[in-house]
Design a protein around this ligand. Structure first.
Ligand code: SF4
Length: 70
């Protein structure tokens, strides 16, 4: 998800994905942090924040959430 989409919280904060949103890990500075500063070109080149939970996802190629089984 983090490679093609972005999550927006109820308060307008931006997250690399819904997993990061649930773990309260927002888009890292210096990239836009809220929907009112959204800039597609800048966000498309952002550094995606990763953590242990990414092993279960790996952006669509992991073990869950649209991942592959074979
Ligand atoms: S790899 Fe990590 S940051 Fe990317 S969508 Fe999966 S959980 Fe989110």
């Amino acid at each position: 998800m983090c490679r093609t989409l972005i999550s927006v919280g109820w308060d307008g904060r931006l997250y690399d994905c819904d997993f990061n949103q649930m773990m309260d890990i927002p888009v890292a500075p210096p990239y836009p942090q809220t929907i009112d500063t959204f800039d597609y070109q800048t966000l498309a080149q952002r550094h995606i924040v990763t953590d242990q939970h990414c092993y279960g996802c790996t952006a669509g190629c992991g073990s869950s959430c649209g991942g592959t089984l074979t």
